[in-house]
Design a protein around this ligand. Structure first.
Ligand code: NAD
Length: 252
């Protein structure tokens, strides 16, 4: 039996980057995967990649900041595959780079809605589906910015600290009922946004790698492997944990 054989997994923000790597890793571990994103082109490309690799997946579009769409997404997973066992609540945005006093209120609200309130909505609908499926495991994508602050990203830092708190709140309520809830805290990862930043100047590229003792970016697959492990029975007593996968950045 593969690591997640017969399990049903849901990944948000799976149209590219960390979420796409996670969806591929869930499928490689034997799960049937509901790939979701606001961007249908990216999401469908992720499904194609899973099918090409011999896995099982389907796409359901959802804007995670709309709770009705999140409810419909979870219902789709249950109706399509008969239950829900694993969820990676991963969709997120960075927001504008600015000093706190220059942050527009609308941008602050947008970042909180997508990065934090949406994680609440996802868990609100996923947990009952998991309880009805005999238990499950949730991983929320926080960030190393959920553990320490970085400058010029107040809304992002606040949202990701909130994700860590929300993760702990859910873990202490539902662990005894068979749903484990953890967070993954990636360091700077080689996704499209960061590739463009790194290519913008050698100074920027050096600054991005200098923040970690390992002097390189994370690969999306390195985050994905941690997510799959946290959802597997190999992590059966890990609950309420915020796991840095950051090459040691927050250990400094
Ligand atoms: P990305 O921008 O490459 O991908 C994010 C995905 O989320 C996109 O496919 C996008 O369409 C989707 N998305 C955005 N808003 C959405 C919404 N409202 N509803 C549904 N989907 C939506 O980002 P990434 O680098 O892969 O990051 C994924 C997660 O990891 C985010 O939560 C991010 O904050 C977090 N993170 C990333 C890094 C990094 O360095 N890349 C570091 C720490 C944490």
């Amino acid at each position: 039996m593969s690591l997640l054989g017969n399990k049903v997994a849901l990944v948000t923000g799976a149209g590219t980057g960390i979420g796409r790597a996670s969806a591929l890793a869930f499928a490689a571990a034997g799960a049937r995967v509901v790939v979701s994103d606001i961007d249908s082109g990216g999401g469908k490309a992720t499904v194609e990649a899973i099918l090409d690799a011999g896995g099982e997946a389907s796409f359901q579009q959802a804007d995670v900041s709309d709770s009705a769409q999140v409810q419909a997404l979870v219902a789709y997973a249950v109706q399509t595959y008969g239950g829900l066992h694993c969820a990676h609540n991963n969709a997120g945005v960075l927001g504008a780079s600015a000093k706190l006093v220059d942050v527009e209120e609308a941008d602050f609200a947008r970042v909180i809605a997508i990065n934090l309130t949406a994680v609440f909505s996802c868990m609100k609908h996923e947990i009952p589906a998991m309880l009805a499926s005999g238990g499950g495991a949730i991983v929320n994508t926080a960030s190393y910015s959920g553990l320490v602050a970085v400058p010029f990203a107040a809304a992002y830092v606040a949202s990701k600290h909130g994700v860590v708190g929300l993760t702990k709140a859910a873990a202490v309520e539902y662990g005894r009922k068979g749903v484990r809830v953890n967070a993954v805290c990636p360091g700077t990862t080689r996704t499209q946004m960061n590739i463009e930043r790194a290519e913008s100047s050698p100074v920027m590229a050096k600054a991005m790698t200098d923040v970690t003792p390992m002097r390189r970016l994370a690969e999306p697959t390195e985050i994905a492997d941690s997510v799959v492990w946290l959802c597997s029975d190999a992590a059966s007593f890990v609950n309420g944990h915020a796991l840095p996968v950051d090459g040691g950045a927050v250990a400094q």
